[in-house]
Design a protein around this ligand. Structure first.
Ligand code: GLY
Length: 392
């Protein structure tokens, strides 16, 4: 009997390989679900609201000033990109144009997220010039938040109770630089490009630790640019690695490399990627904070996994070593397979019409813990589209 054991193992693994769903069919399945969920979601919104979450059986919406207002139109654009369904395009246009006034916002940094995911995708997929001026004005509004003294854009104007921030900058802010760089490219505006690069360079110097994890928030002195403190707001502790913050860092520096070609951004993205690939759990979905004390019983954060997957796939295209490319793609594929499994992917007609379950907004605030979140869906769809273009 013993001599047949290797043959038995080989046969079993061949059968299980044959049974594994192809990424092509997984992508088709997810986009079919996304089409159903996200088109149905429209009926839960009025002309002034955007999806936020689904908690205790209740759909939760927010006003368009909420930092996430670009993700629903952005997700619709991705569904349109995959399906070519003109009805989805009309819906995507409707929800994009509702964000028109965001271009004038100067008291918050999230203009980049809001406009790039909505208007940015609209322009990319339609080439319609009417989307351009809004993106341009949005970038100019965002740029007003730059201080040459700190070398950064300011994230928030508000100060939380118990904190004494003077010029807070969160790692998430890296994501807003894509809007600046896209507009800089489109209009030949070197000053916007300079602001984006200066912010990214300052963040690289001050936000990261030796092990390449990053702090959530760095507070600067607006008088001399000195670092006043390094803290967390949404993570477990000031010194911990909040999962979504690490995801923003990976995505942010990968995007900076794509937009500028500067090697330092590629190096930074690779360091973060290697740290994450080493530390992620076997199924690829991080706990809400890599240092959460309740691990392995801590909630996972599907949104962080989706953002990371999208970034890993992009970064895999820039690396020179096959081993790195394979490692990043394998990590992303693992994440996407887990997210597309019944553990994370919602059944049609459930989950408030969101696609993914199990994200965490802000654990320390007890807000949005183990719920669907609109940005988890957006980056999940983006990652699947990216995977499809590069892995034939
Ligand atoms: N930008 C806010 C967050 O990641 O929760």
């Amino acid at each position: 009997m013993r001599q047949f054991l290797p043959i038995l193992v080989l046969l079993t693994s061949l059968v299980s390989c044959r049974r594994q769903e192809t990424m092509e069919s997984l992508t088709e399945r997810v986009f079919r679900r996304a089409h159903a969920q996200l088109t149905a979601m429209d009926s839960q919104l009025d002309g002034r609201t955007t999806p936020r979450s689904f908690e205790n059986g209740r759909f939760i919406s927010a006003g368009i000033r909420w930092w996430c207002s670009g993700f629903y139109p952005g997700s619709l654009w991705y569904v349109y990109e995959y399906t070519g369904d003109e009805a989805v395009r009309a819906l995507a246009e409707k929800h994009t144009l509702r964000l028109d006034s965001i271009q004038w916002v100067t008291n918050d940094h999230d203009v980049g997220f809001q406009l790039n995911c909505s208007y940015g995708n609209a322009l990319r997929l339609t080439g319609d010039d009417r989307y351009r001026p809004v993106l341009r004005q949005g970038a100019l509004s965002l740029a007003t938040r730059f201080s040459p003294v700190t070398g950064t854009l300011r994230s928030w104007d508000f100060v939380r109770k118990g904190r004494d921030w003077q010029f807070p900058v969160i790692i998430d802010n890296m994501m807003n630089l894509e809007l600046l760089l896209s507009v800089a490219e489109a209009y030949g505006d070197d000053s916007l490009r300079e602001i984006a690069c200066t912010h990214a360079n300052t963040t690289m110097r001050n936000h990261f630790r030796e092990d390449c994890t990053c702090f959530h928030l760095v507070d600067y002195s607006p008088e001399d640019g000195a670092v006043r403190s390094r803290q967390t707001v949404q993570g477990y502790a000031d010194a911990s690695a909040w999962a979504r913050g690490q995801a923003w860092a990976l995505y942010g520096y990968t995007m900076m490399f794509r937009k500028t070609g500067y090697q330092s951004y590629f190096t930074q993205a690779s360091r973060v990627a290697n740290m994450l690939a080493d530390r992620l759990p076997a199924d690829g979905i991080p706990y809400w904070d890599f240092d959460a004390p309740e691990i392995p019983d801590a909630p996972r954060d599907a949104s962080a996994a989706a953002i990371m997957a999208s970034a890993f796939i992009e970064l895999s295209q820039y690396v020179l070593e096959d081993a790195d490319r394979d490692r990043y793609l394998a990590t992303a594929e693992r994440q996407l397979r887990t997210l597309a499994s019944p553990d994370y992917l919602a059944e049609a007609g459930t989950n408030g019409c969101f696609l993914l379950k199990h994200s965490v907004g802000s654990m320390p605030d007890g807000q949005e813990v183990d719920v669907p979140l609109t940005y988890a869906d957006y980056y999940f769809l983006e990652a699947l589209l990216r995977y499809r273009t590069i892995v034939k």
